[in-house]
Design a protein around this ligand. Structure first.
Ligand code: AMP
Length: 224
């Protein structure tokens, strides 16, 4: 194996984006968020964005073939050759199978970190979530810069449309039905690691990063 595909899995607002961001910074691996890529496409008004918009606004999943294609192209870029961090992908079994094929071809090992939190915690987090409209960095009531701008790239922070409580409930439902089965899929392959997502952010990161560090230190999966 020439590297690792780190998959950050979990329900919406479990903290996937925040953890994936920090992992990317610490381990020097590209962070690939399908949500960010799709929102960029919507903002750009591309054909793909037009296809994706109604699904995102309704809290539903964008069809597998659209997302698989997007990810396939992204993973073909040179910066992914020795590993990458996936945030928000895969979200369905067909996506997971498509990714397995790609990882097999690329000879990267799969390592899944599943962040778990109860619905009450997730719903309460969503109201205070702010996202950078440009680079996708996620903030909450505690770490949000007072001037309302991203501390990584300077762009304005915004509330995502699909973070409204009604759409969020739909997203949770979709997670339970379509994404949660991936836990068993990866557990049966012996590559699933569960982390309690209700702890403090730094504590969660300590556990997540320890799992990733161990994976990258394994035979043939050293980070760049
Ligand atoms: P996220 O930013 O990961 O919460 O994603 C926001 C929205 O983008 C989701 O609610 C879906 O509508 C869409 N989306 C993101 N990733 C995927 C994916 N892997 N499969 C299908 N739809 C996705």
């Amino acid at each position: 194996m020439r590297g690792a595909a780190i998959i950050v899995l979990g329900p919406p607002a479990a903290g996937k984006g925040t953890q994936a961001w920090r992992l990317g910074e610490e381990f020097g691996l590209p962070r690939i968020s399908t949500g960010d890529m799709l929102r960029d496409a919507v903002r750009d008004g591309s054909d793909l964005g037009e296809k994706a918009r109604s699904f995102i606004e309704a809290g539903e999943l964008v069809p597998d073939e659209v997302v698989d294609r997007l990810v396939g192209i992204r993973l073909g870029k040179p910066d992914c050759a020795t590993g990458f961090i996936l945030d928000g992908y895969p979200r369905t079994l067909p996506q997971a199978k498509s990714l397995s094929l790609i990882c097999g071809d690329m000879q990267v090992a799969v390592c899944v970190v599943g962040i778990q939190a109860g619905d009450g915690v997730l719903v309460s987090r969503i109201a205070s979530r702010w996202t950078c409209g440009s680079c996708g960095k996620v903030f909450n009531a505690v770490n949000r810069p007072a001037d309302g701008h991203c501390d990584a790239c300077g762009a304005e922070l915004e509330h995502r449309l699909d973070d409204s409580v009604d759409v969020f409930r739909e997203r949770l439902d979709v997670y339970r039905k379509q994404t949660a089965p991936l836990i068993e899929y990866y557990r049966s392959q012996g590559v699933f690691h569960e982390v309690d997502g209700e702890a403090a952010i730094d504590e969660i990161y300590g556990r997540v990063s320890a799992i990733v560090r161990k994976q990258l230190a394994g035979p043939g999966t050293a980070a760049r």
